[in-house]
Design a protein. Structure first.
Length: 754
């Protein structure tokens, strides 16, 4: 018999010889075409260079003109008149006369340059009102009357002009001209050239600005060159113009890369190949030139044409050679394909069986072809499949009974084994998971990092997760993340490297750990540094004394108050987490709520006075004993008072009362006369971080903490409110059965303190 190896060698020799003969002819034809294309590309690059240089010169002309305008006599004359009640002390000219002279200069400039359609002098003070304005309207040069001059402080170029140095000329972003905030119906795309004018004392006085028609600037440049190919010019920060050979320079498309409409295809190609002197895209040849960066904006140009029109003869020869080569290559492929198909029938059957085994559909009887090496391979494969099937059934039985999820992947991260426990944990079926990337079991944000770590381990052997038990974040099929404990081991199967992972849900442990870490971070990473910063600010404020000016002292005071507010927010967050976890310690004792209320109100009077509010206090004549932690009760009441003071208008009264109620109860009420609580917000009042639209700058934690503290004392916090008529918050606590020392024993009636 003729061996398979010999058949393959003869077939390869035949095809290789044929390909070598054809390749020599094809390479020769291709070389001729490349030489022709290179010469054509040089012509296009030369034309692009001429266009770019001409456009660059045209853009520099307005720069020179505006620099000359800045040196004309009306400019210093107007500055001198502005400092002398409108009269120039040097020659007695009025400011209006200097404006007339400047307007005449503007008209002369616009008359000389058709591309200029507007020249202005704009104040750099106040609202940026125009001082002199001349523009071209329907071919006539018109000076704008004083009462029609506009304010330009809101324009972007006004702010950029303020940032320029004296004598510096800038080119603004090209956009459609706007007048009084409305787009000019003439649809002129304006290129703005402007330079600031400073007084002799270095103060900003005004800036000169020339508006040029972008289309006319480009048309004038191209008219002098008369290009014969398609041309694209890009300059500034993304402005462009396109001239097509079919229309020439009488119709130029202009625009900017940031506009909503799609930019020309040639522009995207220029950004991709801009560093190359020429390039071929599809059936077009492009030649590029970039003006070396100078004092102005960089200008680039590209000229392009269809290759057929540039190198028609050489291209036709290459096409003929290519067609001949393709015909012979097709014949060789057909002959080789028929021969290879007959030689590899057995291998094809074997490949189908192997693929079916990889997809979980093993075939235990692959058809055999006798008297060939392929037949021997198939017989050995059939024997191997039977042994593997027995081993796999045993392994599946063991994996199915494990409580922990087991996932096995190959070295590329593709899942090969997925136990029943893994199905329950992640929500995927075995059929869905096997063959997919292990990334599907991770949150989206972690997938790239996992791939990088796996690749690093394959190349360097540096371990990240392998060989260790760690807690990581996994993702359910529905996308919900959850923590798991995972232990990954490396498995060697012959020369193959695989990884097995034993995974257990760690949600309960993560919740407990997260709470501990949150409280620890707030306490050590935020509260401790804030305490130090606050103390330093207080010492600085005290030691600086009168050495600081008013503005610096005010900034220091604002910094200290902001730091104190952050400390209160951090303490509130710590308290609310401790209350929720049941970790907040209380020192309960029997106390008279009248005394605790009075002391708390007294501490808040300074804040009320600062906000020009009146705090009134009404206490029951009889003692009001309750079992509370005095410090925490005062904290809850302080939160209610702070909330009332924040929402009260200037001059309003905040009413506080502490009294016994019917039965054996006590009630402390804080009532304000602010805007009240919106109906739609009342269900969220006691939620953490809940704030209405008129929240007044609070953190949204105070009311939630207050209710948690009062409930810890066996009481309840409630409220009633009407929109526009204020709100009242009520602390209700049970009356203690014993007697407390009555520090106000001499008082036998209700009293009011304002």
């Amino acid at each position: 018999m003729v061996s398979l190896r010999l058949k393959i060698i003869l077939l390869i020799a035949l095809v290789s010889g044929l390909c070598a003969v054809l390749s020599v002819g094809l390479i020769t034809a291709r070389h001729a075409q490349k030489e022709t294309i290179a010469r054509a590309a040089t012509l296009l690059s030369d034309e692009a260079r001429l266009v770019a240089m001409r456009v660059q010169d045209n853009l520099e002309l307005p720069r020179r003109d505006i620099a000359l305008l800045a040196g004309t006599p009306p400019i210093p004359g107007l500055m001198r008149a502005a400092d002398n009640a409108g009269i120039d002390p040097r020659d007695g000219s009025y400011a209006s006369q200097w404006k007339d002279r400047l307007a005449d200069i503007f008209k002369a400039l616009l008359r000389t340059h058709d591309a200029y359609f507007q020249a202005r002098l704009v104040s750099l003070q106040g609202e940026g009102r125009e001082i002199v304005r001349v523009e071209r309207i329907d071919g006539a040069l018109v000076r704008t009357p004083e009462d029609a001059l506009q304010e330009k402080a809101s324009e972007a170029y006004f702010q950029r002009a303020l940032a320029l140095q004296n004598g510096e000329v800038a080119v603004g972003e090209t956009s459609y001209n706007r007048e009084n905030g409305v787009r000019d119906p003439r649809n002129i795309r304006a290129v703005r050239f402007y330079t600031p004018i400073y007084t002799p004392d270095g103060e900003p006085f005004a800036f000169l600005i020339i508006n040029a028609d972008q289309h006319l600037l480009l048309r004038d440049a191209l008219r002098r060159i008369d290009p014969v190919h398609n041309v694209l010019i890009v300059y500034g920060d993304g402005d462009y113009g396109v001239s097509h050979a079919s229309r020439r320079f009488n119709a130029i498309d202009v625009g900017h890369v940031d506009e909503d409409r799609a930019p020309p295809a040639a522009l995207a190609l220029l950004d991709t190949h801009g560093t190359e002197p020429w390039y071929v895209v599809g059936d077009e040849l492009h030649g590029v030139y970039t003006v070396p960066r100078g004092p102005g904006a960089r200008t680039r140009a590209v000229a392009w044409e269809r290759i057929d029109e540039m190198v028609g003869t050489a291209r036709a020869a290459v096409i003929d050679s290519t067609l001949v080569a393709l015909v012979f290559a097709g014949l060789a492929t057909l002959v080789g394909g028929v021969a290879a198909s007959r030689m590899t029938d057995g291998l094809r059957n074997l490949a189908v069986a192997v693929r079916g085994h990889a997809l979980g559909r093993p075939t235990l009887d692959v058809p055999e072809i006798p008297n060939d090496e392929t037949g021997e391979l198939i017989r050995a494969f059939n024997s191997l499949l039977r042994r593997l099937s027995t081993t796999e059934m045993k392994a599946q039985a063991v994996l199915g009974d494990l409580m922990d999820a087991v996932v096995v992947i190959d070295e590329r991260g593709i899942i090969e084994e997925f136990s029943r426990a893994a199905e329950r944990l992640f929500g995927y079926s075995e059929q869905e998971a096997i063959g997919a990337s292990v990334n599907i079991l991770m949150p989206q944000v972690d997938r790239e990092a996992h791939d990088a770590a796996l690749e690093t381990y394959r190349q360097t052997g540096k371990r990240h997760l392998i060989g260790n038990r760690r807690e990581v974040l996994a993702a359910h099929r529905d996308g919900a993340p959850f923590p798991v404990d995972i232990a990954v081991s490396e498995i060697r199967v012959g020369s193959r490297r695989m990884y097995s992972a034993v995974i257990r849900d760690a949600s309960d442990k993560r919740d407990r750990k997260r709470t501990d870490e949150f409280i620890s971070t707030l306490n050590h990473e935020l509260r401790t540094p804030l305490t130090s910063v606050n103390a330093s600010l207080a010492m600085l404020e005290q030691s600086a004394g009168e050495a600081l000016d008013t503005r610096s002292a005010r900034l220091l005071e604002l910094a200290r108050k902001g730091c104190e507010r952050l400390m209160r927010i951090v303490n509130d967050m710590l308290d609310i987490e401790r209350v929720r976890e049941g970790r907040l310690e209380f020192k309960r004792e029997v106390a008279d709520l009248r005394e605790l209320t009075r002391e708390t109100v007294d501490r808040m009077r300074a804040l009320a006075d600062e906000k020009r509010l009146v705090l009134s206090l009404e206490l029951d004549a009889a003692p009001c004993p309750a079992t509370v932690d005095p410090l925490r009760f005062s904290q809850a009441l302080s939160n209610l008072l702070s909330n009332a003071l924040r929402h009260s208008p200037v001059g309003a009264k905040v009413e506080v009362s502490a009294r016994r109620t019917a039965g054996r109860g006590l009630r402390v009420t804080v009532r304000d006369h602010g805007p009240g609580i919106p109906e739609a917000f009342r269900d969220k009042v006691f939620e953490r971080f809940a704030q209405a639209e008129n929240h007044g700058g609070g953190s949204g934690l105070g009311l939630s903490i207050a209710r948690s503290l009062i409930r810890a004392f066996g009481g309840e916090l409630s409220f009633d409110s009407r929109e526009g008529a204020g709100a009242a918050f009520h602390i209700d606590l049970p009356l203690h059965g014993g007697r407390v020392p009555d520090k106000e024993s001499s008082v036998d009636h209700a009293r009011t303190v304002s």
